[in-house]
Design a binder for this molecule. Structure first.
Ligand code: NAD
Length: 256
């Protein structure tokens, strides 16, 4: 028995990173999965490998969302879950951030999450689940990622309001707040064939050994297990909550 037997789940930004691990784990737990991304080649290859369906979905485009909802219904007959995972990160101080860059991040992270709730909740079965991927920076500040942090704070607002508005249909809405996770977002060397990704990972581990109480960067499969918990009946009485998964980073600092 899988934890998601008989359920149909849409995962955005699922071609790589945390979304990929979520798609893999959800399939292994018995769900039908709609792998959604803008990276068509990678997304299609993953979907083929795990026996899922790929759909091109730019989360900032409402027409793409409507098409994805139709595809899910036509392919699997129902939708039970959504993981709003797609996201982008830009580094800049607030005073140096061009408006265009601010709006680009808002469009993907915040508008994408809003459109996901708006489009999928109405077609979702009663008792469904929505998991929004926020961030450690949704619950604390971090210099140089102000635009990103603002959108991730906004995702918590969307999560709480959606939980209230959808509770009468027993649709539960929660958010994940990952700290540093070893993906292309935190380690762009993974995308650069010229770079030594292992060496960069080692350097990141060294950094997070000092910053994070558990002494290392997190793995995408660890976040996927939290997404599974929030998508399965194991979390049946939980809604409207942020879940920090950060190796203890937010707990505070050590002075010894
Ligand atoms: P990643 O860059 O590997 O994955 C992001 C995915 O989103 C990619 O597959 C990308 O193609 C997709 N994407 C980007 N723009 C899109 C769009 N407009 N429409 C659809 N898909 C789009 O990074 P990741 O770490 O796997 O990121 C997953 C989520 O986790 C993001 O929301 C990110 O903000 C969040 N997060 C990451 C970290 C971290 O340290 N890696 C920490 C906290 C939160």
């Amino acid at each position: 028995m899988g934890k998601l037997d008989g359920r149909v789940v849409v995962v955005t930004g699922a071609a790589r990173g945390q979304g990929e691990q979520e798609a893999r784990l959800f399939r292994a737990e018995g769900a039908e999965v709609l792998v959604a991304d803008v990276l068509d080649e990678q997304g299609e290859a993953l979907a083929r490998e795990i026996g899922a369906r790929y759909v091109h979905l730019d989360v900032g485009e409402e027409t793409d969302w409507r098409a994805a909802a139709r595809t899910a219904k036509e392919t699997y007959g129902r939708v039970d879950g959504l993981v709003n995972n797609a996201g982008i990160l830009r580094f800049n101080s607030l005073v140096d951030t061009p408006l265009e860059e601010f709006m680009q991040v808002v469009r993907v992270n915040q508008v994408g999450c809003f459109l996901g709730i708006k489009t999928m909740a109405p077609v979702m079965e009663d008792g469904g689940t929505i998991v929004n991927t926020a961030s450690y920076t949704a619950v604390t500040g971090m210099a140089a990622v102000g635009t990103y942090a603002a959108t991730k704070h906004a995702i918590l607002g969307l999560t709480r309001v959606a939980a209230l508005e959808l509770a009468d249909r027993r649709i539960r809405v929660n958010a994940m707040c990952p700290g540093a996770i070893d993906t292309a977002m935190s380690n762009p060397a993974q995308l650069d064939p010229e770079a030594d990704a292992e060496e960069t990972s080692r350097a990141l581990d060294e950094l997070y050994r000092k910053l994070v109480p558990l002494g290392r960067i997190g793995r995408p499969d660890e976040v996927a297990r939290l997404a599974l918990f929030l998508t399965s009946d194991d979390s049946s009485y939980i809604t409207g909550q942020p879940f920090v998964i950060d190796g203890g980073w937010l707990a505070g600092v050590s002075i010894i």
